[in-house]
Design a protein around this ligand. Structure first.
Ligand code: 5GP
Length: 234
């Protein structure tokens, strides 16, 4: 597969065309940003680790019947994916109150939620990814009601699969963000699934093993990402 023209460079990834019009190449970068780009940094080794971790999760989800954009990992920091027309909605699923939910609702971080909470955010750097509901999604024509129902159902299924997989690896899935896109009439799970996009806490100690270490200047960022990989890879 030939790596072609650079199509898009985001905060954590670059997307290239390939010689197959149905396939893009994703390159994971070591760059990290937080708070809508206000905080910037580099986490050495992050690109390779997020590529490996995402490939691992996509593989697991495909095995369990979730349709994803993932095709194969082709190098330390690159994977091939199906092309997607991105649906500009971030779907967040939460099991434990943390981050913006804890702040918005005045809940102590770590409070277990009686059932998973699903939220939608409008993917817009300009607007700072505002939270939206199904009426806003219809008003902006971001997805049809059927598509939105499918997104929610898939996100909750992904939550069940990942929680069950992570529990014996002593990782608590606190919350995570998914993105989806359309490919030849089908909705596929896209983007990445990594410590950049999920909160993982050590089940026993509650230690944070995700991007919050970077966001909150807790130190040991690379070590945390590496620890997640070790627990997945066994
Ligand atoms: P919160 O709303 O608490 O900041 O984030 C909830 C979950 O979604 C966290 O696991 C967080 O990593 C993920 N998330 C939400 N928005 C974004 C985003 O724009 N970028 C990334 N990398 N993760 C996000």
């Amino acid at each position: 597969m030939q790596k072609g023209e650079l199509l898009y460079e985001g905060k954590a990834k670059k997307i290239y065309r390939t010689d197959d019009p149905d396939v893009y190449l994703v390159e994971y970068k070591d760059d990290a940003t937080a708070f809508n780009g206000l905080k910037k940094g580099t986490i050495s080794g992050k690109g390779e680790l997020n590529n490996r971790i995402s490939a691992h999760f996509f593989h697991l989800l495909e095995e369990k019947g979730i349709a994803t954009h993932f095709l194969e990992q082709v190098s330390e920091r690159e994977m091939l994916v199906r092309t997607l027309e991105i649906i500009p909605i971030e779907v967040v699923v939460r099991n434990i109150a943390a981050g913006s939910l804890a702040k918005r609702l005045g809940l102590e971080e770590g409070t277990a939620l009686p059932r998973p909470v699903v939220e939608y955010y409008y993917k817009s750097d300009e607007l700072g990814d505002p939270m939206i509901n199904d009426d806003h999604i219809a008003a902006l024509n971001l997805a049809t009601p059927d598509e939105l129902a499918a997104l929610k159902k898939t996100a909750l299924t992904v939550n069940n699969i990942l929680r069950e997989y992570l529990a014996p690896r002593r990782l608590e899935l606190v919350d995570f963000k998914l993105e989806f896109g359309r490919h030849r009439g089908k909705i596929l799970l896209g983007d990445e699934i990594s410590p950049d996009t999920c909160r993982f806490w050590d089940t026993r100690t509650g230690e944070k093993l995700d991007k919050d270490r970077f966001r909150r200047d807790l130190g040991g960022v690379e070590e945390a990402y590496r620890e997640v990989w070790h627990r997945l890879a066994g």
